[in-house]
Design a protein around this ligand. Structure first.
Ligand code: AVJ
Ligand code: FE
Length: 448
């Protein structure tokens, strides 16, 4: 990105806006009728047609009004699509644009964005447009909502509306050389001060000094998680955080979301289809409390956010942090990102995505819970609006890292931070484990 001249960057932006839109329209296809698009499948989610018009309204606010100085097109609908005015549970009862009108509105916004792009300067006219930042923000925003729409599809009951893409050749796999690697004590650079499309919460770059620790080379698999279940993990309060045990008892949970047991076999419902739980894929749809309980049972713990990032980005030989685990440039085929399949990949996949330390699949497959609460880095300043991240800082949210199979490559990097409540399971989330290097594992090799 930083190496492109303004013209080339604008061409890339136009192409990426288009591909995000193709994706959004694919998730709200006309194969879904109006009742499907306007229904609320869960109080946790918006109707799909809300997400669709919301991405267009956000684009109008930031790219037409703020960046290009164009008059509001439909100021009367701003309130409907303001996520802070109306929590998700209220959205189905709002007078939302019906699907056809929503598609028309977002297409009109887009046409005006492309018309005005030439005239907007990416240097000198202020931080919003420097390096194309606000365009990058809008592309990432649309992809974030596409991932949210995938979670809505996953929660939806009834016949499948999304189909697995045609089988592509299985990604290269090999055996994982070791279960965990040692990350030696020492400082590393966390976050970034110069990534042009990084969010405010990824900034500023700062040095963090960590004691030595071990981190798993791969996310915890379904097989390993099943061992925890079969060992009675859901029935033993000693493994659980007190609030986690409360959650477990109140909700009566005994397995990851979307799992059911039939005739002695564990099945999962994935986008409307029941299938055997694939043992070698990372466990998905577990909340922070489940990840935390598993970790305690395995004699380990969740990594802190800083431990996750050092293992993913730090190159101890060059003594610098990389943008991606494998280097500074995104390269196709090194991670299961971008909805290339509708599930995580099996253990051993994407060996070429390993970090300098040999830690694998840090990006893609499943978001990973960390033990860290969501806070601003030292010197944090909100930009360009407080409601992207600052209003969520505190002790309520846990940080998630690395993106999932549903995350677009432009919407994640080694510094990217996501967050959610510790009880949430509809997101495409798993975890990996860590432990202090100073102490031996409490159980030999844990469950992983
Ligand atoms: C960064 C994924 C927590 O989707 O709720 C979307 C991003 N901000 N619209 C979300 C976001 C405004 C946010 N997460
Ligand atoms: Fe949004």
């Amino acid at each position: 990105l930083s190496s492109l001249d303004e013209q080339a960057l604008k061409e890339l932006i136009a192409a990426e806006l288009q591909s995000a839109r193709d994706r959004s329209l694919g998730l709200t296809t006309e194969a879904l009728d109006e009742p499907e698009l306007t229904a609320q499948v869960s109080p946790l989610m918006s109707p799909l047609v809300w997400d669709l018009a919301h991405v267009g309204n956000y684009e109008e606010l930031w790219l037409l009004r703020a960046a290009a100085g164009i008059e509001p097109m439909r100021p009367e609908i701003d309130d409907l699509y303001d996520a802070f005015e109306h929590p998700r549970v209220e959205r189905p009862s709002l007078p939302l644009l019906p699907p056809e009108e929503a598609r028309e509105y977002i297409a009109t916004v887009r046409a005006k964005v492309l018309d005005s792009l030439d005239a907007v300067r990416f240097d000198g006219s202020g931080p919003l447009t420097t390096g194309g930042f606000v365009y990058g923000m809008v592309v990432q925003h649309e992809h974030q909502h596409d991932e949210t729409m995938l979670a809505t599809h996953q929660l939806r009951k009834g016949a499948p509306a999304l189909l697995d893409p045609p089988e592509t050749p299985a990604p290269a796999r090999d055996t994982v050389p070791a279960d965990e690697v040692l990350i030696e004590a020492g400082p590393f650079e966390m976050g970034t001060s110069d990534d042009p499309w990084a969010y405010d919460n990824e900034r500023p770059g700062h040095v963090v000094d960590l004691p030595a620790y071990y981190i798993d080379t791969e996310p915890v698999t379904n097989a390993a998680y099943l061992a925890f279940m079969e060992a009675g993990g859901y029935d033993d309060p000693q493994w659980w955080h007190p609030k986690g045990w409360e959650w477990r008892c109140a909700k009566g949970k005994r397995a990851p979301a979307f799992w059911t047991r039939e005739a002695g076999q564990w099945l999962r419902r994935r986008f409307g289809k029941l299938e055997p739980v694939p043992l070698d894929e990372p466990v998905q749809h577990v909340c922070w409390y489940e990840a935390d309980a598993y970790a305690r049972w395995a004699g380990k713990r969740l990594p802190t956010e800083a431990e996750w990032e050092k293992a993913a980005r730090w190159d101890p030989v060059a003594a610098r942090s990389r943008r991606y685990p494998w280097g500074d440039e995104y390269e196709e085929g090194r991670a299961n990102l971008g909805q290339r399949m509708l599930h995580p990949s099996p253990a051993g996949s994407f060996p070429s995505g390993a970090s300098a330390y040999g830690v694998r699949r840090m990006l893609g497959d499943v978001w990973e819970w960390t033990s860290t609460d969501f806070h601003g880095y030292p010197g944090f300043r909100w930009f360009p609006y407080k409601e992207y991240s600052e209003v969520f800082f505190g002790h309520e949210y846990k940080v998630l890292r690395g993106g999932s199979w549903a995350t677009h490559p432009l919407a994640v990097r080694g510094t990217f931070r996501n967050w959610d409540y510790p009880i949430r399971r509809q997101i495409f989330t798993g975890f990996r484990l860590a432990r202090d290097a100073a102490e031996p594992p409490a159980r030999p090799s844990g469950g992983n």
